[in-house]
Design a binder for this molecule. Structure first.
Ligand code: PLP
Length: 337
């Protein structure tokens, strides 16, 4: 609302490829009130810079958004900035997922490259649910009133009054995030993610982009013949919580995607390290093996009945119950702080 008039064009990564709903996905404010153009990833799960530049030159968006929801690699903010600058667009870096890693210096910062940087405060930043919008020096150079425009887009544009309790809680989170202990925490998140990715690769899991540079791993389960929704339910029955997730060029509908997404921030907070990732990956393999014959029907009508019955089957599955009991014992050694 600060940089676009209704109907003007924004460009973001498609939801199906790991972009966020608010980056121009259908049915959201970002595509209802604005004209949304979406870029995608290559087959290997990385960016096709020539295609993104070509799209930007053709569509001339006023705003380009980078920063993602399901992208396991380092984001090259400089490359996005070069494209945005070529077409005169504002570049917004939404670092919601990686803000804690950026603060700790384990992921490059977008501050020198973007005009606007946004983040939620409840992901790797490990704070309360909330958000921050930052205008960079580059942003002020492009439009000296950008800060004021964003302020008034919030109040009165979208909000009536401030949520002071939330702002105070964010301040506490930021103080924590500036400590040496937090830097160590963020470094361990990435070390754990890399270790878990390596173990999962070893079991033959097909990791999108081949691995992870940050806090998350995206697995394409098609080579195991298990649907993401089936895998997520089985893992949860075994005490391992992940979410079903689409993968690039996913042939399945969003409700039954081909993959799952998992992250290491919470287990790192509990004190788990590389050694524990070896154990987790082993349980992972055992669970997926156990449900490899559970084929999701291709027929739309049969699918919901299958999932309903599958939930009953997994609740009664003795192997999964045994793993769940081991996971429970394991977690007791790593209590929540
Ligand atoms: C890139 C990105 N931006 C923004 C958000 C918004 O977060 P929430 O809806 O949890 O406030 C998310 C959440 O997943 C995200 O991944």
């Amino acid at each position: 609302m600060a940089v676009l008039k209704p109907g003007e064009t924004l460009m973001g990564l498609s939801l199906a490829f790991g972009g966020h709903l608010t980056h121009g996905a259908p049915k959201t404010f970002s595509s209802t009130f604005f004209r949304s153009v979406q870029y995608e990833l290559k087959k290997d799960g990385t960016f096709d810079w020539a295609a993104i530049e070509k799209l930007a030159k053709k569509e001339k968006p006023k705003l380009i958004i980078c920063g993602f929801t399901a992208y396991p690699r380092i984001i090259d903010f400089k490359k996005f900035a070069e494209i945005a600058d070529k077409v005169g667009a504002f570049l917004l870096a939404d670092i919601s997922h990686i803000a804690g890693l950026v603060v700790a210096g384990v992921h490059p910062s977008p501050i020198a490259h973007a005009h606007i940087v946004t983040t939620t405060t409840h992901k790797t930043l490990r704070g309360p649910r909330g958000a921050i919008i930052m205008v960079t020096n580059k942003g002020l150079k492009k439009d000296p009133d950008l800060g004021k425009k964003i302020d008034s887009a919030i109040i009165p544009g979208l909000q009536g009054g401030p949520h002071d309790n939330q702002t105070a809680a964010i301040a506490v989170a930021l103080k924590e995030a500036s400590s040496a202990a937090f830097k160590k925490y963020a470094e361990q998140i990435v070390a754990n993610s890399k270790a878990l990715a390596k173990e999962l690769n070893g079991y033959g899991f097909d990791l999108v982009s081949g691995g992870s540079d940050n806090h998350l791993i995206l697995i394409d389960l098609r080579n195991r013949g298990v649907n993401g929704s089936v895998a997520a339910l089985a893992l949860e029955a075994a005490g391992i919580v992940v979410n079903k997730n689409g993968v690039p060029f996913d042939p399945n509908p969003p409700f039954y995607p081909a993959g799952i997404r998992l992250g290491t921030p919470a287990i790192t907070t509990r004190g788990m390290r590389e050694r524990e990732m070896v154990k987790i990956a082993k349980w992972f393999e055992m669970v997926i093996k156990e449900v490899e014959n559970e084929k999701l029907p291709t027929n739309k009508e049969e699918r919901s009945k299958f999932i309903k019955d599958f939930k009953i089957r997994v609740a009664k599955n003795k192997k999964l119950a045994k793993i769940a009991s081991e996971v429970r014992g394991f977690c007791k050694k790593f209590p929540e702080p």
